[in-house]
Write a protein of this length. Structure first.
Length: 145
């Protein structure tokens, strides 16, 4: 909770107070996880993680400093090459199984968030605030099916 929620909350408050509110403009983009929207698949007992990411999605989508905007991006991007030894990717819910269950049939990588971040941080996204943009290869569209 300290890392996933409190640090983002305190950082957001500090940036807003020192820069965004005085200038009446600015953007904060927080990266969460689709686990914050719907939890993780059965067999992954990650309630604390899911709860912390849900908190990030919630406070980002609701908190708008004067004249500024906040947006949350929820993602299921995973870099298999650097996380292949992670227990989250092992067993029947491993990287291959997760990719096979995704509509785009692959896991996300760092490049998948670049377009979303560019949109939200640029003038192209100047009228977007309090939104949740899900970058997950369509996984959230098929959860529960």
């Amino acid at each position: 909770m300290n890392l996933n929620v409190r640090s983002l909350f305190v950082f957001s408050q500090t940036i807003a107070r020192l820069s965004m509110i005085p200038r009446r403009q600015g953007r904060i983009i927080n990266i969460a996880s689709i686990a914050g929207l719907a939890g993780n698949p059965s067999g992954l007992e990650t309630i604390a993680y899911n709860t912390s990411k849900g908190a990030v999605v919630n406070f980002t989508g609701r908190w708008r400093p004067n004249g500024a905007s906040t947006t949350s991006t929820s993602t299921r991007s995973r870099r298999v090459s650097s996380e292949q030894d992670d227990p989250w990717h092992a067993g029947p819910r491993g990287a291959e199984a997760l990719a096979a269950a995704a509509p785009l049939r692959r896991l996300g990588d760092d490049d998948d968030l670049k377009g979303a971040a560019l949109l939200l941080a640029s003038d192209a996204g100047k009228h977007i605030t309090g939104q949740i943009l899900v970058v997950d290869g369509g996984v959230s569209c098929v959860i529960g099916q």
